[in-house]
Design a protein around this ligand. Structure first.
Ligand code: GLU
Length: 295
């Protein structure tokens, strides 16, 4: 079976060395496996994504030598597909509307923790776990709010979702490139660590987690190679794949490029863009050296 990798940046800024490492690891792994890398522009956030960034990403990747055999997939072209996936989950009672603002979630989770005399539970990204306020809404109240047009997000009822199929949920974590000759291990997924995750936002009719699993399946992705910062997200992705009957790709979560303070590179902390580095005269080989890849 041909191996299909993907690189999936969000066009909400310029690429930096962290993106370059991820794109190049995908490129090298696909080349070693005789496979391909697809480009996917994760542009569901219509407020923050810009056409100019999408064009710059395509240009910078071409300069780096990352090529893709078909036009990039844009998530903003596929909102109906994500909607259909949500509808399938809703028909099984696995999602519910959530009317809470961000502030209300913070306040409710602090109040719950205080009442229980326990520390506030946080998800693997350090955000407070949703305390379940809207999961407990009486049906009539929920219907009233929806009829009145209250803005609503959609959350996964993770306990119900796990109860649908009690079989253990795992993923296969492979070495870089996922070659058969490389060590791999099974990782136990723990989707409940995320609480009732958001599958659609008030202002965006989908979420990163939902779109990524729908698209990986739609694009026939066999190998998901991405940064270690998304390791725990894979738990939720495996649950969504099982609920939606989608195939499980192999996974490889690679090291991150850190800044001088030991933090993951980010635009907000002033990481130089590939654009800047190109303007300074760096070559694609220099970029490989900078991110610790063989030239
Ligand atoms: N769009 C995500 C990001 O830029 C990556 C998603 C993924 O590789 O699953 O961080």
């Amino acid at each position: 079976m041909p191996r299909v990798f993907r690189f999936a940046p969000s066009p909400n800024g310029l690429l930096h060395l962290g993106h370059a490492l991820s794109a190049l690891i995908n490129r090298d792994a696909a080349a070693a496996a005789g496979g391909t890398v697809l480009l996917r522009l994760e542009d569901i956030d219509r407020e923050r994504c810009r056409e100019a960034y999408a064009a710059a990403i395509v240009d910078d990747l071409g300069w780096l030598g990352v090529v893709w055999p078909e036009p990039p997939r844009r998530q903003s072209d596929h909102f109906p597909l994500y909607r259909a996936a949500l509808d399938r989950l809703a028909a099984r009672g696995l999602v519910y509307p959530c009317f809470c603002t961000r502030g209300a979630v913070l306040a409710a989770s602090a109040a719950k923790a205080a009442a229980e005399g326990a520390p506030r539970p946080v998800d693997p990204d350090g955000a407070p776990v949703y305390p379940g306020t809207c999961r407990h809404l009486p049906a009539a109240e929920r219907a009233r709010r929806l009829a009145e047009g209250w803005p609503a997000a959609l959350r996964l009822d993770v306990a119900r979702a796990l109860a649908e199929d009690p079989a253990p949920l795992r993923w296969r974590e492979c070495g870089a490139g996922g070659g058969e000759d490389q060590p791999s291990r099974d990782v136990s997924a723990d989707p409940a660590a995320w609480g009732d995750a958001l599958l659609a936002r008030r202002e965006t009719p989908t979420s990163y987690h939902l779109s990524v699993v729908v698209d990986d399946a739609a694009q026939g992705v066999t190998d998901v190679v991405r940064g270690l910062d998304l390791f725990h997200a894979t738990s939720l992705h495996r649950l969504l794949q099982r609920l939606l009957g989608l195939p499980a790709p192999r996974y490889h979560h690679h090291r991150l490029v850190l800044d001088a303070g030991g933090d993951k590179l980010s635009k907000s902390r002033g990481a130089p863009s590939l654009r800047d580095l190109r303007a300074e005269g760096l070559s694609p080989a220099d970029v490989r050296r900078r991110v610790g890849l063989p030239v």
